[in-house]
Design a protein around this ligand. Structure first.
Ligand code: PLP
Length: 405
């Protein structure tokens, strides 16, 4: 009988956030066990509801949203996106340079499919949000990872980035604010990246989906605002800022000089048309969301859930012998270091599996974010403080006797 296996295009594509550890968790859940999931950045299951105004706007427009829209999206949504990014100092020429997508995810795969030939290289951060690496690989390219430096608040190591540029490098990806580290890059760092991109003719892809989830008064700067001529594609959406990941509303904005990227844009237009359009009812929500309607601002201040949960997880983690963590400034992730030597850890995936099986706590290993050493993991601190306290007490207990090798 003829058998079917996955295509060779997928041979090296890896997306571990929902990988083998998750399979084990699913098996345990099916067997009736209760797992505390600290692994997925999906606010809804943790009591963060999409704001009623946003849901109201969507349901009010269901009738208008029956048909396909133009492939880039309805003009009202793109006008609002244009105003938002211009307000952040980004040089966007018109709504023609704005594409809505079924979440940022769809657009990340689209920009790589449109750009890369086999063997082309793209600089991607380590740690990264792994869809970036997966999308480069799926498109036939090679993701070359540059290091973000934990000792320097997880900012990109510019020397490392520069040392990895070759004649095959077409683009550099930055994730700012960052998943999984929660870092927000200062202007000086962005200026250095922009300088490298200019000197080496690189396209800049900037994933800014967390730019409205900032804490401690930090400001967010779009790299596209640093140099009006630099060709950048900036990604954003409402999955996180409006706790509405299931609506699938994201967008990308092309900015800067376009003289030498006309062919690429033709490709993007073709790919955008091939998927007809993004989810139309979700597009109707974008103008309200970008005016700030229903934004979770209070949650990010002392007394708000995200802020208080961050304080809690940061303190509790650093209190565990053998664990240390840099304080995140944005989003809802923390990427702690675990002393691999102390615990004999040679496989971070095994560590995460052992914790899952013993304590029923689900994390993602650092390797899932293309972090090479087996000494990090990511926690999503969306669960409430009681659950975070419980999980950290369990982790402390687990580590008090854990030895992998
Ligand atoms: N970019 C980053 C950095 C993310 O963390 C995520 C989701 O976790 C996405 C993009 C995907 O977002 P969307 O829901 O818009 O597809």
């Amino acid at each position: 009988m003829r058998t079917f296996s996955k295509s060779h295009k997928l041979d090296n594509v890896c997306y571990d956030i929902r990988g083998p550890v998750m399979d084990e968790a699913d098996r345990m859940i099916a067997a009736g066990e209760k797992i505390l999931k600290l692994n997925i950045g999906n606010p809804a299951p943790f009591g963060f509801d999409a704001p009623p105004e946003i849901i109201g706007t969507m349901t009010d427009n269901l009738h208008n949203a029956q048909g396909y829209s133009t492939s880039k999206g309805i003009p009202q949504a793109r006008e609002a996106i244009l105003a938002y990014h211009r307000g952040k100092g980004v040089n966007v020429a018109s709504i023609d340079d704005i594409y809505t997508g079924n979440g940022v995810s769809e657009l990340i795969t689209m920009v790589m499919q449109g750009l890369l030939d086999n063997g082309d290289e793209v600089l991607v951060p380590a740690p990264d949000y792994p869809l970036w690496t997966a999308s480069v690989t799926l498109a036939g390219g090679t993701a070359v990872h540059y290091i973000c430096d934990e000792s320097s608040e997880w900012f990109p190591d510019i020397k490392d980035m520069e040392s990895k540029i070759t004649e095959k490098t077409k683009a550099v990806v930055i994730i700012n604010p960052n998943n999984p580290t929660g870092a927000v890059y200062p202007r000086e760092v962005l200026e250095q990246i922009a300088k490298l991109a200019r000197e080496h003719d690189l396209i800049v892809f900037s994933d800014e989906i967390y730019d409205r989830l900032l804490m401690d008064g930090v400001e967010h700067t779009s790299i596209a605002s640093i140099d009006p001529d630099l060709f950048c594609i900036t990604f954003n959406g409402i999955s996180k800022s409006h706790m509405s990941a299931g609506f699938r509303a994201g967008w990308m904005v092309l900015s800067g000089k376009k003289d030498n990227v006309r062919g690429y844009i033709e490709g993007l237009n073709m790919l955008s048309s091939m998927r007809l359009c993004s989810n139309v009812q979700a597009q109707y929500v974008i103008p309200a969301a970008l005016k700030g309607t229903g934004a979770p601002d209070k949650e990010l201040l002392p007394g708000g859930r995200i802020y208080d949960q961050r304080e809690c997880i940061y303190t509790l983690l650093n209190d565990i012998d053998g664990i240390s963590a840099v304080k995140p400034k944005a989003a809802f992730y923390i990427f702690p270091r675990i002393d691999a030597k102390k615990f004999g850890i040679t496989s971070d995936e095994q560590f995460v599996l052992d914790l899952l099986r013993t304590k029923k706590i689900l994390l993602v290993a650092g390797g899932g974010f293309h972090w090479e050493q087996p000494d990090h993991f990511r926690i999503v601190y969306l669960p409430c403080i009681d659950q975070l306290k419980l999980s950290m007490a369990e982790m402390k207990d687990f580590l008090s006797t854990y030895k992998q090798n």
